[in-house]
Design a protein around this ligand. Structure first.
Ligand SMILES: [Zn+2]
Length: 457
């Protein structure tokens, strides 16, 4: 007599299952069984249907099933700058007349962060690094969303109002306050919801943090153990300022204070001299590569050399568009341009957006693939979408033709956060309308004329 089916909480039943495990196992009619927050089986649909009596079932017969994506660098409240700053200057923080940073209140940051969260969720990012001024607001939005998130603050000791005028003024009081704020976020949010949220320290960048402040952050990270996220080599101005101030290149300063290592994820890494590439690589730094942001600013990080030198490359959208499928495709194309026609393959680009991101965040073997014992972070794509046909290979298709809008269902920690493109935890119309109202108001206050604040004449 056959054994009685065993209970499980959720069965993702049917569909093309791309495990993205070490062997790249694919099931053409597969199933993923979930109990609590973990995957308990990835196998053929026929086996799973006989073996499990699920409490809930998702019919995945017309879906592509894959692990959720890992997006290693974002600042969700900066959705407010979307479609506005890309043609102005390299980063909103250094640009006058933009409603960002000190011009955004805590509640406004929260309402904007919710829009970013919704965009991340609907495009398949299930693990997200997110931080900004009012990091607690980002953390609150992430906590409510159900996404797996790494949250932090924004530590700096430059006067940011002066910075938008191109002046570097360091004030230890600002450093103290922003470090304390970040430590409060660590105390409040690290480990929240069974470890779904984790916290880190986020010194903004080598130019906006004095060397003393960077050292203090390094000491705090060593004492308390949280990982560190920062920006590195984001602009020629950053390098010039650090050189003027410390007589060193930015990566050298990070290295000297103890902030160059595998516990650090650095966004961008664009303007690196050859000896810095070697230093960053041998330190095994994790790089949050932002291909579209880099390309839009007119300069691309030397990613091929960084990877060859030993850096761990991960992928990030850095807020403007949150579609990591788009970022994978851009990373691949740009990598090949840099390589004179040779370069990154589709599977490698997908690895950057899954397993590499997981490794950089200390989640190797937990997320970034579908396997027994791993966290149940799963996304389902519409297999009938014309841009995802014909299916032959399966994996390359996702990178060369997939878009975030193909994602229909999202599961994190075994909880269904989006079902048939509807979020289960919030009202998407309310989220969009609230963020729009904040943006319209703040851009108008900054002297602009938002079209939704006008009337037709
Ligand atoms: Zn950034």
């Amino acid at each position: 007599m056959a054994d009685a089916p065993q209970p499980c909480d959720l069965l993702v039943d049917g569909g093309i299952v791309l495990t993205l495990d070490a062997a790249d196992h694919i099931f053409v009619d597969g199933a993923v069984a979930i109990a609590g927050d973990r995957i308990v089986a990835v196998e053929t649909g026929a086996t799973a249907r006989a073996r499990f009596a699920p409490r809930e079932r998702i019919d995945a017969r017309r879906r592509i099933v894959m692990p959720g994506l890992v997006n290693t660098h974002n600042h969700t409240p900066l959705v407010i700058t979307r479609g506005m700053v890309e043609d102005m200057s390299f980063a909103p923080m250094y640009t006058p007349g933009v409603p960002q940073g000190h011009r955004i209140g805590a509640e406004e940051a929260y309402l904007l962060a919710r829009l970013g969260v919704w965009d991340l969720l609907r495009t398949g990012s299930t693990t997200v690094v997110d931080y900004y001024r009012h990091g607690a607001s980002c953390a609150r939005a992430m906590a409510e969303s159900g996404l797996r998130a790494f949250v932090g603050g924004r530590i700096h000791d430059t006067d940011l109002a002066a910075l938008t005028r191109g002046e570097y003024r360091y004030d230890p009081k600002i450093g103290e306050a922003t470090l304390r704020e970040n430590l409060d976020i660590v105390a409040r949010w690290h480990g929240h919801d069974g470890g779904r949220l984790r916290a880190f320290l986020a010194p903004h960048a080598p130019d906006t943090c004095s060397r003393d402040l960077l050292r203090e952050v390094a000491n705090a990270a060593e004492r308390r153990g949280p990982p560190v996220h920062t920006h590195l080599a984001q602009s020629p101005d950053e390098a010039a300022q650090v050189l003027r101030r410390d007589g060193r290149r930015p990566s050298e300063v990070l290295d000297e204070v103890g902030l160059l290592g595998p516990h650090v994820v650095a966004g961008h890494c664009i303007y690196l001299e050859p000896e810095e590439i070697a230093r960053v690589g041998s330190a095994r730094l994790s790089v949050a590569h932002v291909p579209i942001g880099n390309a839009s600013s007119g300069m691309m990080a030397p990613i091929r050399q960084l990877e060859e030198a030993g850096a761990l490359i991960t992928l990030a959208t850095d807020t403007k568009s949150h579609d990591l499928f788009e970022a994978m495709r851009a990373a691949l194309a740009i990598n090949r341009v840099q390589g004179g026609g040779r370069g990154l393959g589709a599977r490698a680009a997908l690895r950057w957006a899954t397993a590499n991101g997981a490794a950089a965040l200390g989640l190797a073997g937990e997320v970034g693939a579908l396997g027994v014992g791993m966290k149940a972070d799963v996304i389902l794509l519409d297999a009938d979408a014309p841009n995802l046909r014909p299916v032959v290979d399966g994996i390359s298709l996702l990178v060369h033709a997939g878009v975030g809008a193909n994602v229909c269902d999202v599961i994190v920690d075994g909880r269904v956060l989006m079902r048939d493109r509807r979020p289960t935890r919030f009202d998407p119309d309310e989220v969009v309308a609230s963020a729009q109202a904040v943006a319209t108001r703040l851009w108008a206050q900054s002297g602009w004329s938002p079209i939704l604040a006008r009337s037709d004449s």
